[in-house]
Write a protein that binds this ligand. Structure first.
Ligand SMILES: [Zn+2]
Length: 292
């Protein structure tokens, strides 16, 4: 199953819903960053939440960034998504190892306490930014809390990443269900009952359920209408030229000291881990373009 996102409505637009399968993009992130199992699970959950939240935005140029800074060994995570199913991200410490908790990867333990920040750049003067305290560090609960307190939209978020024995990604995906302010009590009651009784996202995916079928379970008896689907992928827009701008921005003194070292330098993109090399001659050209 290729990665994709489903956008949907239910109960005559009293509910809006998103679901995604993200197995391939989470596996690509794992390979690019060489993440440990618990880091793969944490990053995979945030990439899955991020790509769905990106698809909630309206314009092609809109960008969404989710940043977590935390006290646990993972240190933090950053994920960026656009509205077209592109997502990229990284963790600060990809090697974090922790003993399992209740037989599961201890994502909450890897994150510990911290702050979650969502930044939406929608082409306005000031990007929108909302910040909340991590609740459990398990990410789905943290996004649920963010939606409720920062955006005032009651939501149910389910995210899951299941690993193979060889630590590659077996399946990944999730859903976000949000209720509109005008929701009727009986619709809300039915939704709450459904959320209580559904299987975990990882068991649904492992049982071969598609995103449409996951929403079918969460929104059972609530007149689910699939609005559209779009492909999802790990995508980074970095290039040698973009990285050049970053080098130029470190300033003349730093660039001069790299030139004085007399060796080519290698700069890696944080988001996708692609390495770009610059010869001493190229650094001299960048020095000319640096203003400060
Ligand atoms: Zn990149």
């Amino acid at each position: 199953m290729k990665d994709y996102i489903v956008r949907a409505a239910a109960a005559n637009t009293q509910i809006r819903a998103f679901a995604a399968v993200t197995t391939e993009l989470v596996e690509e992130a794992r390979q690019r960053h060489g993440t440990s199992p618990v880091a793969t699970a944490a990053l995979g959950r945030l990439l899955t939440g991020g790509v769905m939240m990106g698809s909630m935005m309206k314009n092609e140029e809109d960008m969404l960034t989710i940043q977590i800074k935390c006290s646990g060994q993972i240190g933090g995570l950053t994920v960026t998504a656009d509205s077209r199913g592109h997502v990229k991200g990284y963790v600060y410490n990809p090697d974090v190892m922790l003993p399992p908790k209740n037989g599961k990867l201890d994502v909450g333990g890897a994150l510990g306490q911290g702050v979650l920040t969502v930044i939406k750049d929608m082409g306005l003067k000031e990007p929108y930014s909302g910040q909340t305290i991590l609740q459990t560090g398990e990410i789905a609960e943290d996004l649920t809390y963010y939606f409720a307190t920062s955006e005032q939209v009651p939501s149910s978020v389910g995210l899951g990443v299941l690993m193979e024995k060889d630590n590659t990604v077996r399946c990944a995906g999730g859903f976000i269900v949000q209720v509109m302010p005008f929701i009727e009590d009986k619709v809300l009651e039915k939704l709450e009952q459904n959320v209580q009784k559904i299987q975990s996202v990882t068991s649904m995916l492992d049982n071969g359920h598609t995103p449409e079928e996951m929403l079918g379970q969460v929104l059972e008896g609530l007149d689910l209408e699939i609005t559209d689907t779009l492909p999802a992928e790990f995508y980074c827009n970095c290039s040698k030229e973009r990285i050049e701008k970053a080098i130029i921005s470190v300033g003349r003194r730093e660039i001069q000291s790299m030139i004085d070292d007399g060796r080519e330098i290698e700069v890696k993109c944080h988001f996708c881990n692609t390495a770009y090399k610059y010869s001493v001659d190229e650094l001299k050209e960048l020095l000319k373009r640096a203003v400060k």
